[in-house]
Structures are given as structure tokens and as C-alpha cells.
Design a protein around this ligand. Structure first.
Ligand SMILES: [Fe+2]
Ligand SMILES: [Fe+2]
Length: 270
């Protein structure tokens, strides 16, 4: 039995307190893998309380776990100084984007983001169609059922409780269709920071897929200055890439745990 612990987080937007809180969370939960699901950068300004792109890269590279980056709409030309600093550390740059990153038995699929310029993040890789029906079959062919374990998609799937019903923060139809068709165990989104907090809901279901957006508080929400993130424990039968046998997801600061495949709600995590 092989266990992999993943910590997922979205929308920390170069905020110093969030990076510091993330370092603490990694120290406490000791994940094997950290997945940053978009908008870990912000771009366009320098303000107190915010780190520079190269500071963000240096701090993340110092963490004692594998790191996976999925693109959000805020990763644009600011990706260049970030990636430059990251490469200096000699660490592997995992940027699944219409493809997958494999870490031991875990296969992580990264989706593109429908907003903004992805050219910098691609670093010479070919463009990806926005419709996953174009590229998902190839991932499934390459990785088999294991590709249905964990999907990172910055924008939430449409028509879920994880995003606004209208406006800029609505979800993406194509993501919802892909989830419905391929039924991954878990999807992690962000982008709409506030709907999960306003709806008091960090997860939804599309068929048998558990779709998550743990949200992230804004600077004005002083009383909510707690980092939102998930800790996912996956148990695999061996070291080769496969679907997990069991997954538990705990969302913070929600302090709620869900277990797959049976979806049973457990007591708050200690
Ligand atoms: Fe964001
Ligand atoms: Fe976003």
C-alpha cells in the first residue's frame, strides 16, 4: 500500500500572509505534493503585503515537497521572473496544462485557463484547445484509469455551488461536460474566491465526481484571515500509476472531511 498526501491551494495572489500561512500548513500537514491551482501570482503592481514573483518562487522552492503548478488567469508575463527563479533552484518545474504530471502512483491532470495570455506559462509547449474533449482522450490513452484521479482546473465547472451563477465568476461549461463524461474522482478549482464562503459550501458533485473549491478570503475580510486549502490523502495498491483505492479530503478552515469512494462525512479532523 502506497500513501500520497497532497495539499491543494488556490488564489494566494502573491499575498505575503498567505504564503507564510501556506508554509505553516506545509510544515504542519507534511504533504508529499503541493498543488497550486492557479492565481498564485498576481501581477501588475507592487504593494506592501505582497511578495515579488521571484520571492514567491524562492519560498515555494524551499518547501520540502514536490510542487505542481496549474495556470490561473493571473499567471501571464509575471510567470517569466517566477520560472526563472524556480529554475535557478534546480527543482523540477511541473506545469501540467492539457496534460498530466506523474508523481509515484499519482497522476495529476492540469487544465488550461480560459482567461488571459497563456503563452508565458507554456514556455514553448504547444497551445492547448479549451475543449478537453480534444486532449483528454490522449491523456487517458497514455495513463489509463489513473488519469481519472485528480484534476486541477482553476475555473470551477459550470452549474455548481462552487461558482457564481452569472457574471465573470461563472464556471466553465466544457469543464462540467468533461467531468460528466470522464468522471474523475476529484477536481480542484478556485478563481471564484467568495462563492464557497458566501454559500458556506466547499464541494459539489457532478455524477460521482467530487468537485472542490475551498475559496480564499479577500484582504477586506479581516475576520476571515485564515488560509483556505485542502489536504488529500490517497491510498494506492502499489507504486505504479493507478486509481486510488481510497481518498479522504479535509478542507480547511472548514474542518470537514469527505471520504471517497463512499462519500461518507466524518467527524472534523483533529
Ligand atoms: Fe484569484
Ligand atoms: Fe482566477
Amino acid at each position: 500500500m502506497k500513501r500520497v498526501r497532497v495539499l491543494t491551494i488556490t488564489d494566494i495572489h502573491q499575498r505575503k500572509w498567505m504564503y507564510e500561512a501556506l508554509e505553516q500548513a506545509v510544515g504542519l500537514h507534511k504533504p508529499d505534493v503541493l498543488c497550486l491551482v492557479g492565481d498564485f501570482l498576481c501581477g501588475g503592481f507592487e504593494r506592501s503585503g505582497y511578495l515579488s514573483e521571484s520571492e514567491c518562487a524562492a519560498r515555494l522552492a524551499a518547501l520540502p515537497c514536490e510542487v505542481v503548478f496549474a495556470r490561473g488567469n493571473h499567471e501571464m508575463e509575471n510567470w517569466e521572473p517566477f520560472a526563472r527563479q524556480w529554475m535557478r533552484t534546480g527543482r523540477t518545474l511541473n506545469t501540467p496544462h492539457g496534460d498530466a504530471t506523474v508523481i509515484g502512483p499519482l497522476v495529476v491532470v492540469g487544465f488550461p485557463c480560459t482567461y488571459g495570455n497563456e503563452e508565458y506559462f507554456l514556455m514553448g509547449k504547444p497551445d492547448v484547445e479549451m475543449d478537453p474533449a480534444v486532449w483528454m482522450p490522449q491523456i487517458l490513452e497514455q495513463h489509463g484509469r489513473a488519469a481519472r484521479t485528480l484534476w486541477l482546473l482553476h475555473e470551477p465547472p459550470a452549474y455548481t455551488k462552487l461558482c457564481a451563477e452569472e457574471g465573470l465568476m461563472t464556471g466553465v461549461d466544457e469543464w462540467a461536460e468533461a467531468i460528466e463524461r470522464y468522471q474523475p474522482w476529484l477536481t480542484i478549482s478556485g478563481h471564484d474566491h467568495f462563492s464557497p464562503i458566501a454559500n458556506k459550501c466547499w464541494h459539489d458533485q457532478i455524477g460521482r465526481s467530487l468537485c472542490i473549491n475551498a475559496g480564499q478570503p479577500g484582504d477586506s475580510m479581516k475576520e476571515l484571515r485564515k488560509l483556505h486549502f485542502c489536504v488529500i490523502d490517497l491510498k494506492f495498491s502499489g507504486d505504479e500509476p493507478s486509481l486510488p483505492e481510497r481518498v479522504s479530503v479535509t478542507a480547511y478552515p472548514w474542518n470537514e472531511t469527505l471520504v471517497l469512494p463512499d462519500g461518507k462525512q466524518l467527524e472534523p479532523a483533529p
